[in-house]
Design a protein around this ligand. Structure first.
Ligand SMILES: C[S@@+](CC[C@H](N)C(=O)[O-])C[C@H]1O[C@@H](n2cnc3c(N)ncnc32)[C@H](O)[C@@H]1O
Length: 191
């Protein structure tokens, strides 16, 4: 098996994308976000890397592509069919655990050196999301609509959720464009 299916796209990512297409799952992260995930995981080679919302396993596979030999990757998904597929896809790697259930199952693996919060937590318990970060731990939140305004605006209203993360006193945070029409919030918890 080749390690790269398309230029810069690891085979496990391509396999997860195929599964997503076959099952009609449309919420996978983009390759632009995926490269950000790989970079973040690679920056913490002995770290605990977490993901809430495994989905079809695309983001998991990107995180895995940057995972250091001493690192661990734990991802939680409440849809048992999706969780089972990704558990099977990574059954050959003892560094990876897929939790079948609510994102709060991740808590026992905290604190996190990287946290891709993508399904559970981001909207329903943002304070807890920040608490689960290790000092120096990086939080990644995608799927924002770029806003040229401050405070950020979404659909004509101040985006209070984005504002929470961007102004949290324990975080150094910024918003970056991942494509011309999508943005991610990157934040690091102060030591
Ligand atoms: C945006 S998709 C995840 C995409 C995936 N992280 C990726 O990058 O390819 C969100 C996923 O989160 C799952 N989800 C939503 N709420 C959840 C919760 N409270 N606990 C666990 N999973 C949840 C959904 O079932 C869905 O599969």
């Amino acid at each position: 098996m080749t390690t790269m299916a398309r230029r810069g796209v690891p085979e496990r990512v391509a396999a997860a994308e195929r599964f997503a297409a076959e099952t009609g799952f449309t919420k996978s992260c983009t390759p632009e976000v995926g490269r950000l995930l790989r970079l973040a995981a690679a920056a913490k080679p002995d770290g605990v890397v977490a993901e809430s919302g495994t989905g079809a396993g695309v983001g998991t596979a990107w995180l895995h592509s940057g995972l250091g030999a001493g690192a661990r990757l734990v991802t939680a998904e409440r849809d048992p069919v999706l969780a089972r597929r990704t558990a099977g896809a990574f059954s050959d790697d003892a560094r990876v655990r897929v939790l079948d259930g609510d994102w709060r199952l991740l808590e026992r693996h905290a604190p996190f050196d990287v946290f891709f919060c993508d399904g559970g937590g981001k909207r329903d318990d943002p304070r807890r999301v920040v608490e689960l970060l290790a000092p120096g731990g990086m939080l990644i939140l995608d799927d924002f609509t770029p806003s040229p305004h401050w405070p950020p605006v979404f659909e004509g209203e101040v985006d209070e959720l984005r504002l929470f993360y961007l102004t949290h006193p324990e975080l150094d945070a910024t918003e970056v464009l991942t494509t011309p029409d999508s943005a991610a919030v990157l934040a690091v918890r102060r030591g």
